[in-house]
Design a protein around this ligand. Structure first.
Ligand SMILES: [Zn+2]
Length: 57
């Protein structure tokens, strides 16, 4: 089951999906730091990760 994350910052359309939660966290942390200057921890990101269903591709 893939996982997805949609950035919740205002005006940001960033969304990511990956096959593991760890990969999503890694990609989101990179994005948050590069685009928003935010240093997020895994604990910040984990609750925002959703499972991506097959109807959601
Ligand atoms: Zn963003």
């Amino acid at each position: 089951m893939p996982y997805k994350f949609e950035c919740y910052q205002d005006g940001c359309n960033f969304a990511v999906r990956a096959d593991s939660r760890e990969e999503v966290v890694r990609l989101v942390r990179t994005h948050a730091e590069a685009e928003h200057g935010l240093s997020l921890s895994g604990d910040d990101i984990e609750p925002e990760i959703d499972e991506a269903g097959t109807d959601d591709l």
